[in-house]
Design a protein around this ligand. Structure first.
Ligand code: AMP
Length: 219
């Protein structure tokens, strides 16, 4: 059965980095709600217009908007291929809609990887984060630097700091996470799907832990 995973955890905990590594290792497709929204905003689409103000403020895009976008993305995944949801769901109503959407498609989530990290470490990580505007690869000037300063190792484009990675917006994003997304830990624990990961370890150590979990559920 194709593997369907959810990555849960605060911004800056390394979900995007690990989603890419797990996709490479297990042949999955990453669906990052943040990357999808940023692409819609760049294109100036209807969804992009609806989402833009929330993304720049570090608050959540309305549940109906993001859920519709993600279900379209899920339906585009080729049959027989597994995927990783990174950044979605982020509220209990989104998780309920996803569950409903999966039920009606006859599929299920195999596991939810919960990336744990302290707020102080998160702020430190996010303000040092740089992203490729073209291929979405993510670096950290302190912990995971590119080979050449400010240049993407993967595609050679310039690295930028996301506007919502500045310290004032990060604080709002963390508050939003604790208030609206953290309840999903109990939601998924109650369904027996939650697997906890110490996200403060190095990217390689987190990857090893994540791989072990995925292998244990039968990838
Ligand atoms: P991320 O790249 O995952 O940190 O997401 C960047 C921003 O996109 C968030 O701060 C929200 O404004 C928006 N966003 C991403 N995923 C969701 C979601 N599942 N629900 C609502 N808003 C989202």
């Amino acid at each position: 059965m194709p593997l369907r995973l959810v990555l849960l955890g605060p911004p800056g905990a390394g979900k995007g980095t690990q989603a890419k590594r797990l996709c490479d290792r297990f042949g999955l497709i990453a669906l990052s709600s943040g990357d999808i929204l940023r692409a819609e905003i760049r294109e100036g689409s209807e969804v992009g217009k609806k989402a833009s103000q929330y993304v720049s403020a570090g608050t959540l895009v309305p549940d109906d908007v993001i859920t519709a976008v993600m279900l379209v993305g899920i339906d585009k995944v080729p049959a027989g291929k597994g995927f990783i949801l990174d950044g979605f769901p982020r509220t209990v109503p989104q998780a309920e809609s996803l569950e409903q959407g999966f039920r009606s498609r006859g599929v299920a989530i195999a596991a939810v990887l919960d990336f744990n990290m302290d707020d102080r470490d998160i702020v430190q990580r996010i303000v040092n984060r740089r992203s490729c505007g073209k291929c979405n690869a993510v670096y950290n000037v302190a912990f995971l630097p590119p080979k050449q300063p400010d240049i993407c190792d993967v595609c050679g484009s310039a690295l930028v700091q996301r506007v919502d990675d500045r310290e004032d917006v990060v604080t709002t994003r963390l508050k939003t996470y604790r208030a609206q997304t953290a309840p999903l830990v109990e939601f998924y624990r109650g369904r027996g799907l939650l697997r906890r990961i110490d996200a403060s370890a190095s990217a390689d150590a987190v990857e090893a832990a994540a791989r072990k979990i995925v292998e244990s559920i039968g990838a």
